[in-house]
Design a protein around this ligand. Structure first.
Ligand code: AMP
Length: 287
């Protein structure tokens, strides 16, 4: 733990700031426009680090955007981000520009080939390769003992667990629970881009997941759960469901029949006008 938060914008400054720190380093990577979901990860990092250091990064990573419009419209609140990080006990905040992170002639790819195929990977080509690339770079720069990622991006968490396993990063990955608004909407930096009508309708995502989980507890098959969510979201004007999938929570492969004893994940992505929202819920098939 350092006295006061250090803000660094270059790799050189980051390395210098960390040089005197011990090996216990907990990293929380973010893309900024920080909110209560990020704050929860940062507070967990502070707790986990104890007397070690908490490192947060705020970097709007261009390589993980498959849609230039989404990147351009992504909110940015650097002043608030700094204040929130300070409040949550961050020791070192890394806020690089894209030109600092990436060389123009970069030519190395880091791609996960199994878990990233379905769900968001299917509708966002190249997204997880961009995530794996930037997170690998952050791991090398920070050399954390631990890193925390949110279950809101459940597939990302699974892909990054695979990244550390298969590339031998000596880093313990922790998954943090989804933080929701009072009305159930999973908090996301993109929520501020919703129209008032769509913001009012968006809690239907979580309520449909809860309703589907109830059907599941009554023994319904995956296809019926999908129909519950599609039915609820499909009736909202201006909403287009991207996917609703029931998958194995470990392998992320689709489950087409009830699988006793297996942990399952019901995951959804839907366009509310121009804004793509994701959410998920974990379920356990009783044996
Ligand atoms: P992002 O800035 O969207 O890349 O998110 C940075 C980290 O915060 C990721 O690990 C996300 O999964 C996590 N995160 C974002 N929103 C939430 C939320 N509502 N609850 C829990 N974690 C979240």
């Amino acid at each position: 733990m350092l006295w006061g938060m250090r803000i660094v914008t270059t790799k050189r400054e980051l390395r210098a700031a960390l040089a005197a720190c011990g090996a216990r380093r907990v990293l929380v990577p973010t893309m900024g426009a920080l909110h209560a979901g990020h704050a929860s990860l940062l507070r967990q990092a502070r707790e986990l680090a104890g007397g070690g250091v908490v490192v947060a990064s705020v970097f709007l990573n261009p390589t993980q955007f498959d849609n230039a419009g989404d990147l351009a419209a992504y909110p940015s609140t650097p002043g608030r981000d700094v204040a929130l990080c300070e409040e949550c006990g961050v020791d070192v905040l890394f806020m690089p520009e894209a030109g600092e992170m990436y060389r123009q002639d970069r030519s190395i790819a880091v791609e996960e080939l199994a878990l990233s195929r379905g769900l968001c990977g299917a509708s966002r080509p190249g997204h997880f390769a961009g995530v794996c690339l930037v997170v690998s770079k952050l791991f090398n720069l920070v050399q954390p003992s631990d890193a925390i990622f949110g279950k809101k991006d459940y597939q990302q968490l699974a892909v990054l667990r695979r990244l550390v396993r298969d590339l031998d990063f000596p880093i313990c990955i922790h998954g943090a629970d989804i933080v929701r608004e009072k009305d159930g909407l999973a908090i996301s930096s993109r929520n501020v881009r919703l129209t008032p009508e769509h913001r009012a309708a968006a809690p239907a995502i979580y309520s449909s997941l809860l309703a589907a989980r109830e059907s599941f507890a009554r023994g319904c098959a995956p296809a019926e759960l999908q129909a519950v969510v599609r039915g609820k979201l499909g009736s909202i004007p201006g909403v287009r469901v991207d996917y609703v999938d029931v998958v194995d929570a470990e392998t992320l492969s689709p489950l087409s029949a009830a699988a006793p004893g297996r942990r399952a994940l019901l995951a959804v992505a839907a366009w509310f006008g121009e804004v793509r929202l994701i959410d998920n819920i974990e379920m356990t098939y009783s044996a």
